[in-house]
Design a protein around this ligand. Structure first.
Ligand code: NAI
Length: 387
């Protein structure tokens, strides 16, 4: 299959690498010729590192490089059977690109967007044939992260979804199908990991490092929420939170935090700026200034509160038909490396525990943010489990 990729930045370059490695012919286009050169150089360095590690030989490197053609004109993509767009996150710019692109492609070429926060229906609406458009949301770094969220818009024809699924399977990706709603699966269900941790910190219940340690030591998460926010970049994480909040018509469950806003305003962006919730040395290594043994009882309380908020969000995503139980659990374990699927975790904890923990929070705060998902309550009543 001939795969067109538009935008040769972080994501587009990763997508091109994966497609080329799987043996597809790739046409990689960027409006900026320098970006194409940077992408080609970066790929060469990445492949050299894989050779050093003994994961591939020079022949394989040449094969992958030869599979990618760097093209400077949009018209050069005309033979593509699928085009995946990974340009700036701006609806108008994406729509303008899609309008121009469609006139240069065959009628049955799939046009996909890697958007992480825009409506796929809105992007597709720019096309004369919107039924060929869908969202294919990759995770960074694309070659390492197995998960891909596949998002059919309301206009999308199922045949195109099946073709895209087939291609992504051949790339070794794990697919989770999501409804075209804000944040899709991962960026929606993961919100409480950050927001509830921030809330606990803002209330003065615990220090940043205590919250991180609770989730890591007692919950089995690979990174704590504050370490992760520093890693992602507080500016990026805050922007996602704000966009999800407004896209959900200001549902209090997704309310952003002033603590995070202040960090962004102060340019404490995390690893990339040397300071965030933690400080970092020149090699971006965390400088540990506070340590101590974790009080297990407090740690468990912190973990339980964040965990039940995550479970509640995952359950609500099932309730609202955003995705299947399997796909939600797979998205969180493959997309953000959670130690266990949240719905599997709900079963283990029991519906009574989940409902009771949510109701206890609601009784204390009386904020809509802590409302228990209707589905959890219904499942408790009907004595049901997710699996
Ligand atoms: P980036 O800034 O690294 O790369 C974007 C590239 O697109 C640049 O090289 C730019 O020159 C090019 N470009 C801009 N407008 C263009 C146009 N009209 N025609 C052709 N090329 C154009 O951006 P990044 O991080 O790769 O993100 C790309 C898309 O992927 C965005 O929609 C973003 O929301 C989404 N995304 C990003 C993730 C991430 O972690 N960076 C994760 C998942 C999705």
């Amino acid at each position: 299959m001939i795969v067109g990729v538009i935008g040769s930045g972080t994501m587009g370059s990763g997508i091109a690498q994966v497609a080329a490695t799987a043996g597809n012919m790739v046409l990689l286009h960027d409006a900026d010729p320098t970006a194409l050169k940077v992408s080609a150089d970066k790929l060469s360095r990445i492949l050299d590192r894989l050779i050093e590690k003994g994961r591939m030989d020079n022949e394989e490197k040449s094969r992958i490089q030869n599979n990618i053609n760097y093209v400077s004109e949009l018209g050069d993509l005309s033979n593509s059977e699928i085009v995946i767009e990974a340009i700036v996150e701006n609806l108008e710019i994406k729509q303008n690109l899609f309008r121009e692109l469609e006139s240069k492609l065959n009628d049955d070429t799939i046009i996909a967007t890697n958007t992480s926060s825009l409506s796929v229906a809105a992007i597709a609406s720019a096309l004369k044939k919107p039924e060929r458009c869908l969202g294919i949301h990759f995770f960074n770094p694309v070659p390492l992260m197995k998960l891909v969220e596949l998002i059919p818009a309301i206009q999308t024809d199922d045949d195109f979804v099946k073709k895209a699924q087939h291609l992504l399977n051949s790339w070794g990706k794990t697919i989770a199908v999501a409804k075209d709603t804000p944040g899709f699966i991962v960026n929606r269900v993961a919100r409480p990991f950050y927001s509830e941790s921030l809330r606990i910190y803002e209330e003065g219940m615990a220090e940043v490092h205590e919250i991180d340690e609770s989730l890591k030591q007692l919950g089995g998460f690979r990174m704590g929420p504050f370490e992760l926010m520093d890693y992602i970049g507080n500016d990026i994480n805050y922007a996602v939170t704000e966009s999800v909040f407004s896209a959900f018509y200001y549902d209090p469950r997704y309310k952003p935090s002033f603590t995070q806003k202040k960090l962004v305003e102060a340019n404490y962006l995390g690893r990339k700026s040397g300071k965030g919730y933690y400080s970092y040395d020149e090699q971006s290594k965390k400088i540990i200034d506070k340590e101590g043994t974790l009080d297990e009882v407090r740690g468990q309380m912190i973990l339980d509160r964040i965990l039940v908020m995550l479970i509640n969000e995952a359950a609500d995503a099932v309730y609202l038909n955003i995705a299947s139980v399997d796909d939600i659990d797979s998205a969180m374990t493959n997309g953000v490396n959670y130690p266990k699927g949240l719905l599997k975790w709900a079963d283990e904890k029991g519906m009574a525990w989940c409902v009771n923990a949510m109701d206890t929070l609601y009784d204390e705060y009386h904020e809509g943010r802590y409302r228990c998902s209707t589905l959890l309550r219904r499942m408790l009543r009907e004595n049901k489990t997710f699996y």
